[in-house]
Design a protein around this ligand. Structure first.
Ligand SMILES: *[C@@H]1O[C@H](CO)[C@@H](O)[C@H](O)[C@H]1NC(C)=O
Ligand SMILES: *[C@@H]1O[C@H](CO)[C@@H](O)[C@H](O)[C@H]1NC(C)=O
Ligand SMILES: *[C@@H]1O[C@H](CO)[C@@H](O)[C@H](O)[C@H]1NC(C)=O
Length: 483
């Protein structure tokens, strides 16, 4: 991407004061409404399997209060959406048959599943073990007792015994691995967990996703490091129909089905078109953000809005610990995909992938990456229930809080240092001249964290402006605004 190589040239006049206007003016359009924000989230799975009993981590991710980690105070991210991973692993032997685990599989990624043999579908029978996966469930419970309000159940692979090769990392050839006679068992497994969870854990799953990147060809027994299962697009309608029936038969008709969690925006478009026969059974389109700066986000949004379906970026992650890529791709999502929720994959992970550095196998937790503070600029300010507005530019997002009559603007400057101005003249109720605009800033790549600058920015006429160095991200809160 070109902007990563931009040579920073500081224009001399920018250091002079006073300024009479911004160098670039952005008009926020109150008429552009892209839905009601449902929240920010994380998948649990691997990190919670290891660290699920830690209250400090629950406070950090699922509240907005400040919490100490390794002697440093972190502003909580305030995530409100949980994706809980229904595991595929059990180590018991049934009639001489047991699981096949790839030698390449990471231990931290083997998720214990509840349905341990095919002798009985009755969740009260000994074919089910509801004691497994205690840590992931513990973190889900901690999240619920804090700010989390929305829960999704998702599957990376059906239980091992439903698979052709008994290997939850994938088929030998990367093709379909679910045995044809186990389609209803896979969906019964998920529906049973949802029913059991509601009755026994106090958690109601709003949605169930039976697939994870199903069209991908990399779910293979020989190379797999994690649970995964390929489903041809043509095989997905049968699963969706079966899951709908299993949910309805348990009185869970309110539980929606999300599909198909494809890896890229473009694959999601292709898969979605292949699911037209079951369109009415899809309650939400889930897509992953691994196409980063590319892909037809707008095409997928067009399909979703035409069908009146919600759209989530249900999984995003990469190894850029600075947060620069996260900001860039997240703003592209707001601008072109228009999701109503955005969910990070593993908030604790190594190699720059986590927002906090951690080793899910060794069990060590390090420091917050700068990506943490960059993400906080969004998650702490754009809150559930706000109306998402068009930021007017590929470096700006905006949201409106009707309850507090508050406009939130998050902006980044990828170019030369300059003043960015925000024109609010199109709002019906404009903030008063001279009012204070609260702001927070993080300089990407500098190590600067999340710094509040409470009082130095004022409304001037119907706009305000602020100085942005190259790679500075800032969040603004303007009160006294009506759409
Ligand atoms: C608005 O900007 C003008 C030009 O820079 C300046 O003279 C004036 O004092 C500003 N007004 C307020 C309320 O900050
Ligand atoms: C699994 O599915 C098959 C085919 O639908 C069914 O005959 C069998 O009873 C199921 N197993 C359990 C334990 O429900
Ligand atoms: C059920 O799971 C728990 C936790 O993993 C384990 O300790 C126990 O042995 C399991 N019970 C059976 C019958 O497999």
């Amino acid at each position: 991407m070109a902007r990563f190589t931009i040579v920073l040239i500081l224009a001399a006049h920018l250091s002079c004061t006073p300024l009479t206007a911004a160098d670039t003016s952005i008009t926020i359009n109150p008429a552009s409404k892209y839905g009601t924000w449902e929240g920010w989230g994380t998948s649990l799975a691997w990190w919670a399997k290891k660290f699920g009993t830690r209250d400090d981590l629950a406070d950090i991710f699922f509240t907005t209060k400040s919490t100490q980690l390794s002697g440093k105070s972190l502003p909580g991210l305030g995530l409100t959406i949980i994706r809980y991973n229904a595991g595929a692993v059990s180590t018991n032997t049934v009639d001489g048959t047991s699981i096949a685990i790839s030698s390449t599989m990471k231990a931290s990624r083997e998720m214990e599943g509840f349905w341990i043999d095919w002798m009985s579908g009755d969740p009260a029978s000994s074919s089910w073990n509801w004691s497994v996966d205690a840590n992931q469930r513990a973190m889900m419970t901690k999240a619920k007792s804090r700010d989390a309000t929305k829960f999704e159940l998702f599957s990376n692979s059906p239980m091992w015994w439903m698979l052709k090769n008994k290997n939850p990392a994938g088929a030998n050839d990367g093709g379909n691995n679910l045995q044809s006679w186990n389609v209803d068992n896979h969906t019964a497994y998920l529906a049973t967990i949802a029913e059991y969870s509601q009755k026994n854990w106090g958690i109601t799953f709003e949605s169930i996703e039976p697939f994870n990147e199903p069209a991908a060809n990399w779910w293979k027994a020989s190379t797999g490091t994690q649970e995964g299962c390929h489903f041809e697009v043509s095989s997905q309608p049968e699963i969706i129909t079966s899951l709908r029936n299993e949910l309805d038969s348990r009185g869970l008709s309110f539980t929606i089905i999300a599909a198909s969690d494809e890896n890229t925006y473009d694959q999601a478009v292709t898969t979605y078109k292949g699911l037209s026969s079951v369109n009415s059974k899809i309650g939400r389109i889930n897509v992953h953000g691994y196409q980063y700066g590319n892909g037809a986000r707008d095409t997928l949004y067009g399909l979703a809005s035409k069908a009146g379906q919600k759209l989530w970026n249900s999984e995003y992650g990469e190894s850029d610990s600075t947060g620069e890529q996260l900001v860039s791709n997240l703003i592209l999502d707001f601008r072109w995909l228009h999701p109503t929720a955005w969910i990070y994959w593993q908030v604790l992970d190594g190699g720059g992938w986590g927002v906090i550095d951690a080793d899910n196998d060794a069990g060590t937790v390090g420091a917050a990456n700068q990506k943490y503070f960059v993400l906080a600029q969004f998650t702490r300010h754009i809150r559930p229930g706000m109306t998402i507005l068009d930021g007017g530019s590929d470096n700006v997002v905006a949201a409106y809080d009707a309850t507090n009559k508050r406009l939130v603007v998050v902006a980044v400057n990828w170019g030369n240092a300059q003043y960015l101005g925000f024109d609010l003249s199109k709002f019906s109720g404009k903030p008063e001249n001279g009012n204070t605009v609260r702001r927070w800033q993080t300089m990407i790549g500098s190590g600067e964290q999340y710094v509040a600058k409470a009082a130095d920015t004022k409304i001037n006429g119907t706009s305000f402006w602020s100085y942005f160095d190259n790679n500075l991200i800032q969040t603004f809160e303007v009160d006294g605004v009506t759409l």
